[in-house]
Structure formats: C-alpha cells, structure tokens
Design a protein around this ligand. Structure first.
Ligand SMILES: Cc1cc2nc3c(=O)[nH]c(=O)nc-3n(C[C@H](O)[C@H](O)[C@H](O)COP(=O)(O)OP(=O)(O)OC[C@H]3O[C@@H](n4cnc5c(N)ncnc54)[C@H](O)[C@@H]3O)c2cc1C
Length: 311
C-alpha cells in the first residue's frame, strides 16, 4: 500500500498510546514527521475511503477494545519544536509550538523564562494539539493562531478572532492541528516557578495520579461538580472488572491493571444512571471514545454491564 515511507504501521495497540493503557489495535497507525507526509497520509486515507482518527497524547482518550478501523494519526517527532517569536522587550511573550509538544514542556519553559498564568496548565498531561482541541484548563485564552491541515490537505491558519473556545471544546473545523501560536504575560521567573510549583502540589493532593486514567470521566454540569454528585451517590471505589471509581477523586475512573474499554463504559453507564436517579442530572462524558461502542446508553434506559458493578 503506497503510504509515505517509514511512517505508517499496521495493527498498533492503542493501549500503548493512551494514558488509560486501554485499547485494541489501530488498523493503520500513522506518525508523519512533516506536513508533506501528513498531507500524503490524508490523501491516501481519502483515496481508500478509510475513517480517520487523531490521537495526541491520548490522555483524554478511551480506545475501544476492538480497536479503531481506518487510520489513526499521531503527531510526535517533527512536530515538537518550540520557537520563542517575541523579543525580550515586548510586554507579552509569544511562542510558536508544534502540536506534538508536551504541555508540560511549555510549563517548564514558563518557569524558566517567566511566562505568567501557565500555572493553569501545570501538571496537565498530553500534547498542545490535544489541549487546544479540548480547551483544557482554558488554554484557549492564550491562543493567537492555530495552523491546521484540513482533511483535504489544505493548510490553513485560523486567527484567534475566528475561534471560539468553550468548556472542554473549541470551534475548530475538522482537521489536524500542526502548530499553535500562544501568548503569555511576562512575570519574574521566580514568581512563575513558585506559582507552578504550588499548582503542581495542589494537583498531587486532589487528583489520583498513581494509576492509569484519562483524568475526569464526565464534564461538570453547569454550576455543579460531577465529582461531588458521584461522591454523594456513594460510588467512590465502585468497580467493574479492573475499572474503578477513584477513591481519591470521584470523577476519575482508574485502571487497576487489566481494565477493558467495556469495563470503563459499563462503570460510566452505571454512574450516569445512579446520578440521574438520585440527582436528576445527566452527566455528559468528557473522555472521548475512539473506535466503536459509543454513545453511552441514556441513563433512563441503559442496561447491561452495570449489573457487574461491585463496590
Ligand atoms: C491524570 C490526568 C489529569 C488531567 N487533568 C486535566 C485537567 O486538570 N484539566 C483538563 O482540562 N483536562 C485534564 N485531563 C485530560 C487531558 O489531559 C487533557 O484534555 C489534555 O489536554 C488532552 O491532550 P491530549 O494530547 O492527550 O489529547 P488526546 O486525548 O490525544 O485527544 C483529545 C482530543 O483532541 C484531538 N486531538 C489531539 N491532538 C490533535 C491534533 N494535533 N489535531 C487535531 N485534533 C487533535 C483528539 O482527536 C481528541 O478529540 C487530565 C488527564 C489525566 C490523565
């Protein structure tokens, strides 16, 4: 099959590319190193009529046990550059980042150079491309411009004014983010370091970071905290197979070892049903499923895997 040389592999287990450590194989797993290779992968994908999925750091992703049909694109090598494009006299620091840059690399650079407000992103796993797609920790407020390769291979630049960022959401058209320009206020480096250090310590005490997970399983409903609703429903510690509601943070589902995607979805369905029954609130998944078996059964009618739930 005429894929660009040395960047597309068959049947790559997605468990190796997600923080949950869950997921069957990607039929084709593409790691293009340049925009031209990426465009060639997109052309070939379209020619073959294959579905396309993008996985960044895989830290907000739940991959199906049966895997993902078609092509999974993952940007890493070749998309990891960070260029400081502002001069030191400018009030704001401007940085151009490849989409594959780890968000924590940016946080490290913020502490070194004195970029303010990056404590918001301290400890946030995953890549810049994924964070912008999800508007994780409101990263959208720093974005000046996004460069995307559209599904037809066109490269387009989207300016801040053309973008809207919502709660765990952005208005970007379908496509692959390849580069992001961000802007931060300057502060003394020691202050940036101190704030980041404090934010990391706080995250360590509130989140369950010892075991694989994808962070929060559900979005917070308007004005409410999903974790509190789950906790008040008495669900902390509940298990389906090796998937467990974290005993530390009720909105985290953790993989105790051999959890399957179906275990996690079964647990999520159970949580949705109980929270609906006890609080009349429908919890919407935050974690994104790739592959088949989605959406969750609506809480009023769902049945099945929840019977396996055990405390
Ligand atoms: C321990 C832990 C703690 C977390 N804490 C937080 C938190 O405090 N706040 C928060 O908001 N989130 C949190 N998360 C969730 C997650 O880390 C963030 O949403 C993160 O920014 C996702 O980045 P990623 O690269 O891993 O995205 P992925 O999971 O790989 O992808 C997420 C989405 O972005 C798309 N995507 C990824 N890269 C690209 C690209 N280059 N172009 C186009 N689309 C792309 C994917 O298709 C998918 O739809 C946490 C997760 C974990 C495991």
């Amino acid at each position: 099959m005429p894929w660009p040389e040395g960047c597309v592999w068959r049947d790559q287990p997605l468990a190796n590319h997600t923080s949950f450590r869950i997921g069957g194989p990607a039929e084709w797993f593409a790691q293009p190193k340049t925009i031209e290779e990426l465009r060639e992968v997109l052309r070939q994908t379209a020619r073959l009529g294959l579905p396309l999925t993008v996985v960044g750091g895989g830290t907000n992703t739940l991959a199906a046990d049966r895997g993902v049909r078609g092509v999974v694109i993952h940007l890493s090598r070749g998309f990891r550059g960070v260029d400081i494009v502002s001069s030191p006299e400018e009030l704001m620091a401007r940085v151009r980042c490849g989409a594959g840059v780890l968000t924590q690399r940016l946080v490290y650079l913020a502490a070194k150079h004195g970029w303010g407000e990056l404590e918001l992103l301290a400890g946030l796993p995953g890549q810049i491309g994924g964070a912008v797609t999800m508007n994780a920790q409101h990263i959208g407020r720093f974005v000046r411009q996004v460069t995307q390769v559209a599904l037809d291979g066109t490269v387009r630049q989207v300016a801040r004014e053309q973008l809207r960022f919502g709660y765990r959401d952005s208005s970007l058209e379908p496509g692959i983010i390849v580069e992001v320009e961000l802007e931060f206020p300057r502060i003394p480096a020691a202050q940036a370091y101190e704030r980041i250090h404090r934010a990391l310590a706080y995250r360590n005490t509130t989140q369950d970071l010892r075991v694989p997970s994808a962070g929060c399983a559900f979005k917070n409903p308007p004005g409410l905290a999903a974790g509190r609703l789950i906790d008040q429903s008495g669900l902390k510690g509940l298990r389906v197979g090796d998937a467990q509601i974290s005993t530390r943070h009720a909105n985290f589902i953790v993989n105790l070892g051999q959890a399957s995607c179906d275990d996690v979805l079964g647990l999520m369905e159970h949580v949705q049903r109980l929270v609906w029954k006890q609080h009349g609130v429908v919890l919407e998944p935050e974690v994104r499923l790739v592959g088949e078996r989605w959406p969750l059964a609506p809480p009023q009618t769902g049945a099945g895997l929840a019977e396996r739930a055990r405390p």
